[in-house]
Design a protein around this ligand. Sequence first.
Ligand code: NAP
Length: 304
Amino acid sequence: MSIESVAIIGLGLLGGSIGLAVREHCPSIATTGYDRDPDVRRRARELELVQTVCDTPGEAVKGADLVILCVPVGAMAEAAGDIAGSLAAHAIVSDVGSSKQSVTTALARALPNATIIPAHPVAGTEQSGPEAGFAALFANRWCILTPPEDADRQAVAALAEFWTALGARTQVMDAAHHDLVLAVTSHIPHLIAYTIVGTASDLEDVTRSEVIKYSAGGFRDFTRIAASDPVMWRDVFLSNRDAVLEVLGRFTEDLTALQRAIRSGDGDTLHDLFARTRAIRREVIEEGQDDRRPDFGRGDHVKS
Ligand code: NAP
């Protein structure tokens, strides 16, 4: 099964980046796209995110070998419903949603006869919209495929080959396990960043201007994550509720243990933890998932 045409529904950061990456790495694949926002469609045409920007979802997916839904998780059911009557019989339907169990259920309900292979490229930025897309977004990043147990193996292989061609590394995983892993590596870190930035802006004894002025002490790095798209992240927490609550319970216990160590002057506990976490940072860099340079390679700042 070879993919010769791709339709992208939702032309924001992820959809735009897929379009640009296809143009760079697989120029022989034809690309069509649709977004429900007419301004996004206009910008997508100007930026040439895909070869043809269509004015209806049905037009965009007509005849496409692969359809990728790149809309917020909470909009997946609607986006799938919109293309239900227009899909080619052989089409593979996939998505890029950040949580997988709820999206898999929504897609199966909306498209009972389609070949559905959900996926999640673990690649992104805090930016959103059509301007935010770039072709290198997926380079050396993992794309996790979560096919249902009875999925067509050729379709899974074709989708994995597609993502590999865009520069990603692929891994097949069970959807429930994906949701737990991503709760740890992505969803809880975002929740913590949203909390820290929210709490800092609510403090009464430290002014908001002081928080911003002295942000290079660590706060600034949380503000990057906490600037992520509110709609996308609202949907992630609502759709991956069980895994997020499970990991959050564990995190709260660990935080309480640290609180106790600080209160009782238990420096060994603090030091042991910080030594372990420093080693994890080294492993992330060795795996090629971040920049080795100090301060994430910003370079022009002095870190305090
Ligand atoms: P984005 O930049 O906001 O783009 C999403 C686009 O989809 C918006 O233009 C939105 O229009 C449009 N849309 C919403 N509902 C639609 C519908 N029913 N039909 C057609 N278009 C629709 O979002 P993104 O960052 O690309 O995220 C898209 C998906 O990728 C999400 O499921 C997210 O979980 C996943 N993801 C994101 C990241 C990341 O770091 N951002 C990383 C990996 C995966 P409106 O603005 O009018 O709603």
